[in-house]
Ligand binder design. Structure first.
Ligand code: DAH
Length: 244
């Protein structure tokens, strides 16, 4: 599933990059406009790590601060922007972690696919176009997309999106998206400045999205329980060999 998604975006000109699963509070939260004590942090139940590993920043510099298991792939937006100048199109597949009570739709470990496109004149229309292309690639010409407003601290406006699955006859609620919040660009340029790099994110706009990979696979293959993915049951593994 992850390979299929990355393949779709590669064919649309996106580059696939990966980031660390052990992340700092700064990249996972602060730089994404989620300050400490902000209620928005409650959206992500976090596994905090004790002690201090030597964590590397986007340019190999030492990163200080509290460490955690990344709760989403969004911190890679910041890491990538610090180390690159726009325009670019990237997707970031990866494993994420939530300190959750597990049930049929919640698991402490799952995968996301993050997307980020930054350049001059990027608009919400480009975001809709990207998700539309994804829908077409997954479910053909009868598929369509739906966007509804929702809050995420690192985008403004923010949206949740769904893809119409023609054979299943239903909307698949896949993830969140939106236009990159100016505060994220500011945090990136401030960090670049600290590393002695010139600002690179003035006068550009961008869109971002993030979707749950297991969720899409569950809906597509009729898998009733997310815990099957990491349960290691042979019946499940054999049935989906080479597919998931
Ligand atoms: N990081 C969000 C989460 O895990 C998902 C998300 C929402 C990613 C909006 C985005 C975005 O890039 O624009 O809940």
């Amino acid at each position: 599933m992850e390979r299929e998604l990355v393949g779709i975006f590669r064919s649309l000109g996106y580059q696939a990059v990966e980031g660390p699963e052990v992340e700092s509070e700064f990249f996972n939260f602060d730089a994404l406009n989620i300050p400490e004590h902000h209620p928005a942090r409650d959206m992500w139940d976090t596994f905090w790590l004790e002690g201090s590993l030597g964590l590397e920043g986007p340019l190999g510099e030492e990163v200080r601060g509290r460490l955690l298991l990344r709760t989403h792939t969004s911190p890679m937006q910041v890491r990538y922007m610090v180390a690159h100048t726009p325009p670019f199109r990237i997707v970031v597949p990866g494993r994420v972690f939530r300190f959750e009570q597990t049930d049929a739709t919640h698991e402490a470990v799952f995968h996301q696919l993050e997307g980020l496109v930054v350049g001059e004149g990027i608009t919400m229309a480009h975001l809709k176009g990207a998700i539309y292309e994804l829908a077409q690639a997954l479910y053909g010409p009868h598929s369509k997309v739906r966007f509804q407003p929702i809050y995420f601290p690192f985008v403004e406006p923010g949206a949740q999106f769904a893809i119409w699955w023609p054979e299943g006859g239903k909307w698949l609620e896949l993830g969140g998206a939106g236009m990159v919040h100016p505060k994220v660009f500011q945090a990136v340029d401030a960090y670049r400045e600290r590393l002695g790099l010139p600002p690179a994110y003035q006068g550009v706009t961008g869109f971002a999205f993030g979707l749950g990979v297991e969720r899409l696979a569950m809906l597509r293959y009729g898998i009733p329980d997310i815990r099957y993915f990491f349960g290691g049951r042979l019946k499940v593994l054999e049935q989906f060999r080479g597919v998931l």
